[in-house]
Design a protein around this ligand. Structure first.
Ligand code: NOJ
Length: 567
């Protein structure tokens, strides 16, 4: 039954200040009991999301996929993976979400597809020099027998970025480029047919009521066609893929044209009830001014704030990062975004509880080396400290102007599952790294909804989730936290309700207060003050009525605590 769209959807500027909830479909809610989350499971839980107080849902890939990379290996861009449901289930989900006033964004994966995509299979069968091969990045190998890859590039998942194929006549043949796993061949965006194919994909979903797309690796589609080698990374023995090493497959000039083409398609829906459709780019570029070029007029709407995602837990770094983010976005008239977790990184409750919590920032940007998840995963975790900081980090994020992203389970204070046994790991990084990097499964463990033992209401009793849930998760379930004053979930609910109801939190302004160097304090709309104590000593609670606090406050605000006050 189609649901009547909620009147909330009349706001076509929603994307400038929304709170968006990321659903990783395999791990959210399993309606059919096969151990994997599904679309009916998501539909059943939309009421929970509406009550939580978010404005939109972003669903990670739901397309048919061999699931080599959790759905980021797409075999058909215009259908739903049978393990997740059907196109009818997707239509119902979108309708029901709209009925509750929730926007729906899905994932566009334009850099690569699955090696099972029919067009890639046709390219393999058609042989070198064929029009079919032009859709992908095929090259002859180097050396007299072509047995050396065309460049020294290393894949982001480990090993070479090139895979040699066996030609239809049975001989070893050309190589194709894959930025990620070999099962994820890169599209050749130098071919106009690839651009046309994605135009159709956008329209297919926009016509079905999807409000926007998160664009996977939005800075990678164009290649420097001269294919230069990159600086050798001694740790891998391959050419570096690190952006700071100037690699020829990131942020090349052709990327802008692709974004502008998509923007025109999204804008062509301006007269529809849902309004123009929107994009958020997954692209980490430094410095932030460069990142902001992605959201300049006529290009994309928003872009994920990876500086925020990786920023260490310190007043100085957070303040520099926030100031720089806001200035760079104000310059191009785009809203900033804020994000502390997603399906690729260590959950904030665990990361903020480590001896090193992220990257340091000063007034000129990031200081020192850009370290990634695996470097942090190896450090010991103090979960209680991390949870306290994650609560404060949530209040800080939700007090900032712009768009905030919540990764599923963040509102429950779930930690990273750091002790998954090797035999259950599914992230391709585990295999490709020769079992040296555990990868991202620890933040993808299925959510606990209710009950005292696995599957904790993720699926019906007796079902076995695709990744094992810890025995300690009963107290973190939605049911266990609902209505419990001070629980992580109730803190999020209250913060979201206040953010919606309080006009002071709706504008684009932010004014810093002068404070102790270990404290961040700023005002919004001249009426709400957010203060975060990053230091190791309590600080005096300023005057005003406390609206919300991440921990008990009295005459003082304890360490690792955030408070919202009226001014
Ligand atoms: C970024 C996605 O967030 C990640 O999960 C995926 O593995 C890569 N892009 C490749 O699509």
């Amino acid at each position: 039954m189609p649901t009547v769209p909620s009147a909330n959807l009349a706001d076509h500027d929603w994307w400038r200040r929304a709170v968006v909830y990321q659903v990783y479909p395999r791990s959210f809610h399993d309606a059919n009991g096969d151990g994997t989350g599904d679309l009916r499971g998501i539909s059943d839980a939309l009421g929970y999301l509406a009550r939580l107080g978010v404005d939109a849902v972003w669903i990670s890939p739901w397309y048919p996929s061999p699931m080599v990379d959790g759905g980021y290996d797409v075999a058909d861009y215009c259908d739903i993976d049978p393990s997740l449901g059907t196109l009818d289930d997707a239509a119902e989900l979108v309708n029901e979400a709209h009925g509750l006033g929730l926007r729906v964004m899905v994932d566009l994966v334009p850099n690569h597809c699955s090696d099972q995509h029919p067009l890639f299979q046709q390219a393999l069968a058609a042989g070198p020099g064929s029009p079919e091969r032009e859709l992908f990045v095929f090259r002859d190998g180097l050396g007299p027998d072509g047995s050396q890859p065309p460049t020294n590039w290393g894949s982001l998942f480990g090993g070479s970025m090139w895979q040699r194929v066996t030609e239809p006549d049975g001989r070893p043949g050309q190589w194709y480029c894959h930025m990620f796993a070999p099962e994820q061949p890169d599209w050749n965006w130098a071919s106009p047919r690839v651009a046309q194919l994605f135009d159709q994909v956008l329209r297919f979903w926009f016509d079905r009521g999807v409000d926007g797309f998160r664009i996977d690796v939005a800075d990678s589609m164009a290649l420097d066609q001269s294919l230069p080698d990159t600086e050798l990374d001694p740790a891998t023995g391959f050419g570096s893929w690190r952006k700071d090493a100037g690699a020829p497959f990131w942020d090349q000039p052709g990327v802008e044209q692709i974004h502008r083409r998509w923007r025109q398609i999204a804008d062509s829906y301006a007269d529809s009830f849902l309004g123009p459709r929107v994009f958020v780019a997954e692209a980490h570029l430094e410095p932030v001014q460069r990142q902001a070029t992605y959201v300049a007029e006529g290009r994309l709407h928003t872009t994920f704030n990876f500086d925020h995602l990786w920023c260490e837990w310190s007043a100085a770094s957070q303040r520099h990062m926030i100031t720089r983010t806001l200035a760079a976005h104000a310059e191009v008239g785009a809203p900033a975004t804020w994000v502390i977790g997603n399906h690729d990184v260590t959950r904030p409750v665990s990361r903020y509880g480590k001896p090193e919590t992220g990257w340091r920032f000063d007034a000129d940007g990031r200081v020192g080396e850009a370290r990634f998840s695996e470097d942090f995963r190896r450090l010991a975790t103090d979960v209680e400290l991390g949870r306290r900081r994650a609560r404060a980090a949530a209040l800080l994020m939700l007090a900032l102007p712009g768009v905030a992203y919540i990764y599923q389970g963040e509102e429950l204070g779930l930690p990273e599952v750091e002790d998954l046994p090797a035999e259950v790991l599914q992230d391709p990084i585990w295999e490709r790294s020769g079992h040296t990097e555990k990868g991202r499964d620890g933040c993808r463990v299925p959510l606990p909804w209710s009950g005292d033992e696995p599957p904790y209401g993720f699926g019906p009793g007796g079902s076995v989730p695709w990744l094992p849930q810890p025995d300690s998760w009963a107290e973190l379930s939605v049911a266990a936290q609902t209505g419990v004053p001070g629980s992580h979930l109730e803190l999020y609910r209250k913060a979201l309700a206040e953010r919606h109801a309080n006009p002071a939190l709706r504008g684009t302004d932010l004014t810093w207060d002068h404070t102790d160097p270990e404290v961040l304090s700023f005002r919004r709309g001249g009426r709400v003050r957010c203060l975060v104590n990053f230091g190791s000593q309590p600080v005096p609670l300023p005057e005003g009525t406390v609206l919300l606090a991440s921990a008990d406050v009295g005459p003082t605000v304890p360490p690792d605590t955030a408070v919202w006050l009226t001014t």
